[in-house]
Design a protein around this ligand. Structure first.
Ligand code: ADP
Ligand code: MG
Length: 160
């Protein structure tokens, strides 16, 4: 188990940024999309974390919570700043999914979720992943977010 405490939103973004950069560097040979499930408290820092992931992928657009549209797609272009990452960068799109307002997993399947998670060029980050557990790939990387106090959050990764 890995547990990280962050003391402000910037630190949480930094964790997301580092994870994205490590994934790019690791030269994964994934045959399907890489799926990261974010669980835990409202206000726990899940959307903040995704902002960091997007930064790490060189995405310049502003990342806001997709709780109403459910799914947002961002192209990964690898601009000048990310040139060094290019050789290993297999990912082409970031999908940011928020299941907060979802009543049942079926609603996500109706939005072509299965197609999205099939494509190895997709990095898929899902907020409120606990609500759609039964339709997530078995190898989904789960991160748990906890609200500790006003500015402290914990991020836990169980990598058994
Ligand atoms: P969630 O998506 O899990 O509901 P958000 O990322 O939308 O959470 O919101 C987290 C809120 O908490 C933001 O307003 C952010 O500024 C604030 N915050 C304060 N401290 C932290 C921290 N250490 N990490 C992340 N967010 C923090
Ligand atoms: Mg959120």
């Amino acid at each position: 188990m890995i547990k990280i405490i962050t003391k402000n939103p910037q630190e949480t973004q930094k964790i997301g940024r580092i994870l994205a950069q490590e994934l790019l560097k690791s030269n994964l040979k994934n045959e399907q999309a890489l799926v990261i499930g974010l669980e835990g408290d409202l206000g726990g820092g899940k959307t903040t974390f995704v902002q960091g992931v997007a930064q790490g992928l060189g995405i310049k657009e502003q990342i806001t919570s997709p709780s109403f549209v459910l799914i947002k797609k961002y192209r990964i272009r690898f601009g000048v700043a990310d040139e060094s990452l290019r050789p290993n960068a297999n990912f082409r799109s970031l999908f940011h999914i928020d299941c907060y307002r979802l009543n049942k997993p079926q609603e996500l399947l109706e939005l072509d979720f299965e197609e999205i998670i099939k494509n190895s060029k997709n990095l898929v980050v899902i907020e409120w992943a606990e609500k759609v557990k039964e339709i997530l790939p078995k190898d989904t990387l789960i991160l748990q977010f906890k609200f500790i106090n006003e500015n402290k959050r914990s991020i836990i990764m169980n990598n058994e």
